[in-house]
Design a protein around this ligand. Structure first.
Ligand code: UT7
Length: 310
């Protein structure tokens, strides 16, 4: 048996903020944002919808799609750097709201790589037989920690949530290999003080190098090669960064998710949001080899090679 994904769900706030809207708020332009980042618009949550609300909306859909009830869940892992409050965790708030009474619950703090860290953590409990159904959520309300007067960061981020239910799946399917990593010496390049602070150029260089390396590493660990990859889901930070990963894998354009155009950088939520987008678009089919790869503040990174299907 492998550990794989048996249910998915996502939530995106209704309010669309376009680059043209931002032009009215700060000294920026649609042209600059599109050419430097690929972003055209992002979703911003209203004041009365916090991180745990978005997590709940996405998780409820994932449970429905997995065809299990909240009472079946053994563990809830929520990847986020924008919890409602320092504690209780978003995972515990979600446990209450779902009524997942038997589930253990904790948040994972690995910034934009958080969802990959969450899936790899879930895999360990499934592989060793301790737990059967694990809910992994990536969720961020970045709009509450972005300085709306700082054009260097404000144009990049968006709000949203994605969730998956992980469980044992058939032999040969699920997570085939993974890599996780961290380099605390780079923490100074991307962190939260009051607001998100970022040295964009340093993060850019790190991301381009690390995403490509991690993709190749998980393929090698799984005994596979670039030619075997059916679809790439990179953390949606910037179109130029994800393009570099695509080129490293020599994949055609239509074999990579580019939801950054519509949703901006949603940090830990970007990979699960993209999974839902691509499944609904029919881009992912049973037995496809999917590579997911992320990087973020910490610095952290992670990648997974996954054979899709239950
Ligand atoms: O999830 C991980 C989170 N972080 C990232 O992924 C960020 C990675 N880095 C990046 O994506 C890119 O570095 C940025 C998109 C942030 C910036 O792109 P860049 O090509 O590295 O631009 P730059 O920092 O070299 O800035 C170029 C110019 C600067 O002006 P000067 O100094 O050349 O006159 C900036 O002041 O662009 C200016 N600039 C802007 N202009 C208009 C910076 N932000 C904006 C803006 N609108 N929003």
């Amino acid at each position: 048996m492998g550990a794989g994904i048996i249910g998915i769900g996502r939530y995106l706030p209704e309010r669309v903020v376009t680059n043209f809207d931002l032009e009215k708020m700060m000294d920026t332009s649609d042209e600059w944002i599109r050419t430097r980042t690929g972003i055209e618009e992002r979703r911003i949550a209203p004041d009365d919808i916090d991180t745990s609300d978005m997590a709940y909306f996405a998780a409820a859909k994932a449970l429905e799609s997995a065809n299990i009830s909240a009472a079946d869940i053994d563990l809830i892992l929520v990847a986020t750097v924008t919890p409602d409050r320092p504690f209780p965790s978003v995972a515990c708030m979600l446990q209450e709201r779902l009524g997942a009474t038997k589930a253990a619950a904790l948040d994972i703090s690995a910034a934009c790589a958080g969802f990959i860290y969450g899936m790899v953590t879930a895999k360990q409990f499934i592989d060793n037989g301790a737990y059967r159904y694990i809910l992994v959520v990536g969720v961020e309300k970045l709009s509450k920690i972005v300085n709306w007067n700082d054009r260097n960061t404000a144009v990049l981020f968006g709000d949203g949530a994605g969730a998956v239910v992980m469980a044992p799946v058939s032999e040969g399917r699920g997570i085939l290999s993974f890599e996780l990593g961290a380099d605390g010496t780079g923490g100074k390049h991307l962190y939260q003080d009051e607001y998100v602070m970022m040295n964009g150029r340093e993060v850019f260089k790190f991301a381009v190098r690390q995403m490509g390396e991690s993709c190749i590493n998980v393929l090698e660990k799984a005994g596979l090669s670039k030619q075997d990859v059916d679809f790439l889901i990179p953390h949606q930070a910037n179109i130029r960064i994800v393009e570099a990963a695509r080129q490293r894998l020599e994949l055609p354009e239509d074999k990579m998710s580019t939801t950054v155009r519509k949703y901006g950088n949603t940090s830990a939520a970007s990979i699960p949001i993209s999974i839902v987008e691509e499944l609904e678009a029919g881009k992912i089919k049973d037995d496809d080899l999917i590579i997911m790869v992320g990087f973020g503040g910490g610095l952290t990174w992670g990648a997974i090679a996954l054979r899709w299907g239950r």
